[in-house]
Design a protein around this ligand. Sequence first.
Ligand code: 5GP
Ligand code: ZN
Length: 115
Amino acid sequence: MDECIFCKIVLGQLPAKFVYQDDDIIAIKDIHPKAPIHLLVMPRKHRESLKDIKREDQEVLGKLLLVVQKVAADAKIAEDGYKVFINSGHDAGQIVFHLHLHVLGGWKKAPRWDV
Ligand code: 5GP
Ligand code: ZN
């Protein structure tokens, strides 16, 4: 937990581009976006992955999706649609072991490389 980069972002010890924050949740821009809009939504409280969530996390876990809804609307990708996913564990490609939801979208408005 001490070496968790997302905990450091939560604590303001590492910079990030915040798009949302409240007492339980933050949302930031992904540093290496894989889509025109790529946001990461996460609980402030450290949980390594889905294997570590507890019953007491239920409320925050539900709230994460409401924050996804809000940041997607703010980023103007709600109408066209967007992907939401969690990489949970090594085999899924998780590289930062602080539970987070990826929100990707904005393809329609992206520059086209084939014109
Ligand atoms: P994972 O594979 O763990 O689900 O995804 C981790 C994501 O975090 C990756 O998309 C990666 O680009 C992003 N990331 C890694 N380090 C940083 C960082 O220091 N700041 C931000 N904003 N994103 C990061
Ligand atoms: Zn953490």
